[in-house]
Design a binder for this molecule. Structure first.
Ligand SMILES: Cc1cc2nc3c(=O)[nH]c(=O)nc-3n(C[C@H](O)[C@H](O)[C@H](O)COP(=O)(O)OP(=O)(O)OC[C@H]3O[C@@H](n4cnc5c(N)ncnc54)[C@H](O)[C@@H]3O)c2cc1C
Length: 410
């Protein structure tokens, strides 16, 4: 039976950082990455639309959610940009704080991780779908036995880097979370985050394919819980866009009476919108009502706003009374859609929930499984869009790898 000092379970972002930093900490420890897919790093290739937004210039804790936020005080000492530059990957800020490899290639980022791991002597075993982890005694020594249906390998320390449940075709299917749960580790039930939100299909059907700038407010019981500004996209029964992704996690807490309220002219007050509507009404007085708003919004969105605002549509723009202009202005400043669900794990970029912070110590070791470390999306923490999730995956993996290597001799 093969034996290692450290087995890293999961060949994704956190797993690679863990394996590389374990070896950088102590070249003499033997390290294996065990990956269930035929190849490592499949999700990394999909990040940032193939460009890999690996960090952010502003890593404020406000951009993270979940009980493990306290671990950011530990991971903040690890600089992910410097880590990539140490492997020969030049990185740059895109002007909005998002950090990418200069070549904007996720494949280059993954190559760098693979090359560095190979240079340091990290072994990879792909196609090993870990189903069971046990603490056993071999010749009197306690070791972890890590098993798939076909084989068992052993190690002094293990690093759990199996990710969450988002987009299982990219590898992480929640199986490691399941193993942790079986071992009595307390898990915040996983839920899809950074995900499109569902609404009543008939309500968004006329807007299918439309995109618009908006301030998007997530409301529960009529109160605004949080808001984000950005481009909103309408698809089949779904509302998406980065600004929607960033507040989508709120649905988990506010499933009843949740709605999205869109301010479609966020730089203007309601009074200013009324003035604008009056001006345009005068300019387009003789034109069909359908043409009234097509200079402010796309024609489908303009027509949609009129239909949502007015019970009956007037023949020409000039026939719209001042009172009805007020109703149109209110609709523009607060176009509402009930939230009926999320697009699920299949479409979510990250998983909320995971191993609770009380189960970990600052070294990322698990209290109930001494010698086992957990990192990345497996933990109850996720960040907004913009490089926050990869940054946490790499930095938490690196810290876990270092700590496991420091104790591998014990
Ligand atoms: C389409 C998409 C785009 C994204 N873009 C960005 C972005 O640009 N910037 C950003 O910051 N974040 C982005 N994210 C989020 C980010 O990719 C993840 O948060 C991050 O990859 C998590 O890393 P991880 O190592 O914890 O888990 P993962 O990357 O999911 O890696 C887990 C690995 O463990 C393996 N595994 C799971 N179970 C087992 C098992 N039982 N046995 C063996 N192996 C197992 C999996 O196959 C997988 O390879 C994106 C996510 C998606 C889905």
């Amino acid at each position: 039976m093969k034996r290692y000092d450290i087995i890293v379970i999961g060949g994704g972002a956190s797993g690679f950082a863990a394996a590389i930093n374990a070896k950088r900490t102590d070249r003499n420890v033997s390290v294996l990455i065990a990956e269930r897919l035929p190849k490592t790093g499949k999700k990394i290739l999909a990040t940032g639309n193939g460009r890999c937004n690996l960090s952010n210039s502003d890593l404020s804790p406000d951009r993270y959610h979940g009980s493990c936020k306290n671990l950011l005080s530990v991971t903040s000492a690890f600089n992910v940009t410097a880590f990539f530059e140490s492997m020969g990957v030049m990185c740059e800020d895109d002007g909005y704080g998002r950090i990418y490899p200069r070549c904007r290639s996720a494949a280059s980022a993954l190559d760098a991780l693979r090359l560095e791991a190979a240079k340091l002597g990290v072994e990879e075993l792909c196609g090993l779908d870990v189903m069971n982890i046990e603490r056993r005694r071999y010749s009197g020594r306690p070791l972890f036995a890590v098993s798939s249906t076909e084989e068992t390998i052993t190690a002094k320390k293990i690093i759990l880097a199996g990710g969450g449940m988002s987009q299982p075709s990219l590898g992480s299917n929640g199986s490691i979370l399941g193993i942790c749960e079986k071992a009595g580790i307390d898990i915040v039930p996983p839920f899809p985050a950074l995900v499109p939100l569902k609404t009543e299909p008939a309500l968004v059907r006329p807007l299918k394919g439309q995109r618009t700038d908006a301030n998007v407010m997530f409301c529960a019981d009529g109160k605004v819980i949080s808001s984000r500004r950005g481009e909103v996209q309408f698809t089949d029964g779904l509302i998406s866009g980065i600004c929607v992704f960033d507040i989508s996690y709120l649905y988990e807490k506010h499933k009843h009476n949740a709605e999205l309220k869109l301010d479609l002219l966020p730089d203007m007050s309601t009074r200013q919108v009324c003035e604008l509507l009056k001006t345009v009404r005068n300019i387009r007085a003789d034109m069909a009502a359908d043409d009234y708003l097509s200079g402010i919004f796309t024609r489908p969105l303009g027509t949609y706003i009129l239909k949502r605002a007015l019970k009956s549509c007037p023949g020409t723009a000039g026939q719209i009374s001042d009172i009805r202009l007020g109703t149109i202005a209110d609709t523009i400043k607060g176009l509402t859609f009930p939230v009926t669900g999320t697009a699920g794990f299949e479409r979510s970029q990250v998983t909320g929930g995971g191993i609770r912070t009380e189960e970990t110590v600052g070294s990322f070791e698990l209290r109930k499984m001494p010698g086992a470390y957990a990192c990345g999306e497996l933990l109850d923490i996720f960040g907004d869009c913009g490089g926050y999730n990869l940054d946490f995956a790499f930095s938490s993996g690196a810290v876990a790898g270092r700590n496991a290597a420091l104790k591998a001799g014990i």
